[in-house]
Design a protein around this ligand. Structure first.
Ligand SMILES: NCC(=O)CCC(=O)O
Length: 336
């Protein structure tokens, strides 16, 4: 316990409930505050036009063709959401074992970036850099003889990072957990004149069981061979997360992310306390699915659990949260 807590008065002189008695007082003593400025909205995109496909395991979440995605970007702008993260469902015919579609300048992600920036130049566009949506194996890196190759994967992702930056992406978000990728991206970006492109690294990304609905959404669930334990972190580890974050900051990350969110808030707190850098967490698809499913059964109240969980991210030290509930949260926070 820190020293400032040693001066606590005793009951009945001190009554902790006094400050909680009225709404105005609770507002005055609140230690953290959630705002629309804290939200990043992950959105799934698909080919086609005028098409919207519900993601079965994520009630309320749809994959959108680029034209409808642009409408979603406008909606985010109107609600004051600062940034959108793009995730593609790539046609199975374009998935190969060298993931070359990842660095096609006309791929779905690049088209979505260009359309979004043209329609709403002021909104932040965040893009994953990872090969899983483009890889026939469903892995974040290139696979050879059953091994996920590190340096070869980084080379491919550098090409991916460059086409995304060329298309107008504001924040590159490497989600692959290969070693050395942040430094490689920074160097390549600077050399290509993209000094202003920010890097939000998935610095402490765990090999979690909470990602299944996301893989359903991007169509990689069936493709994935094996698991991701040789590159994503063991949920048992915390010191290792600190080393991961330290390396990414040293290599040039502007912001760091912990993923998943709620079960990993202890990691968020450690990262924020130790490094003090802009720190984010991803309330991932499995977390969203759990809350939504319970709410759809009437066992939880969606609006309340959404705002409560997001406030908990803030309390743990997050500067912002990636959440599929961003639009609902923004509406609630703005009273719309
Ligand atoms: N690279 C992005 C993800 O893996 C998202 C996971 C999720 O929402 O479950």
């Amino acid at each position: 316990m820190s020293p400032r807590f040693t001066t606590l008065g005793a009951y009945p002189t001190t009554r902790m409930r006094r400050n909680r008695r009225s709404d105005w007082s609770r507002r005055l003593v609140a230690e953290t505050r959630l705002s629309v400025d804290d939200l990043i909205w992950p959105v799934f995109v698909q080919d086609g036009s005028g098409s919207r496909t519900p993601v079965g395991s994520m009630p309320g979440v749809d994959r959108l063709s680029v034209d409808l995605f642009v409408e979603a970007v406008k909606q985010a702008r109107d609600l004051g959401i600062p940034a959108i993260a793009i995730f593609p469902e790539v046609d199975a015919a374009r998935k190969t074992s060298d993931a070359r579609e990842a660095y096609n300048p006309d791929n779905l992600v690049c088209r979505a970036i260009r359309a979004a920036k043209k329609a709403v130049p002021g909104i932040g566009i965040v893009c994953d850099v990872a090969l899983d949506p483009f890889n026939a194996d469903g892995h974040d890196g290139i696979v050879r003889d059953g091994e996920i190759l590190n340096d070869e994967s980084v080379e491919v992702m550098v090409r991916q990072a460059l086409v995304q930056s060329e298309a107008g992406c504001d924040v590159l978000s490497p989600s692959d957990m290969m070693d050395g990728r942040i430094g490689a991206f920074r160097k390549a970006l600077d050399r290509a004149g993209h000094q202003h492109v920010q890097i939000m690294s998935y610095a402490a990304k765990y090999a979690s069981s909470f990602y299944n609905p996301f893989r359903d959404a991007i169509g990689s669930l069936g493709a994935l061979k094996g698991d991701k334990k040789t590159y994503q972190m063991d949920p048992a580890n915390s010191d290792e997360a600190m080393r991961e974050v330290g390396h990414d900051i040293a290599e040039g990350a502007d912001m760091v992310m912990v993923k998943p969110g709620l079960p990993y808030l202890d990691i968020v707190r450690r990262v924020k306390d130790a490094f003090g850098v802009p720190t984010y967490a991803y309330q991932v698809s499995g977390e969203y699915a759990m809350l939504r499913a319970a709410a759809d059964h009437g066992w939880l109240v969606w609006d309340k659990v959404l705002l409560e969980t997001l406030a908990c991210f803030k309390r743990a030290g997050c500067d912002g949260i990636l959440t599929y509930g961003a639009v609902d949260a923004a509406r609630l926070l703005r009273g719309k």
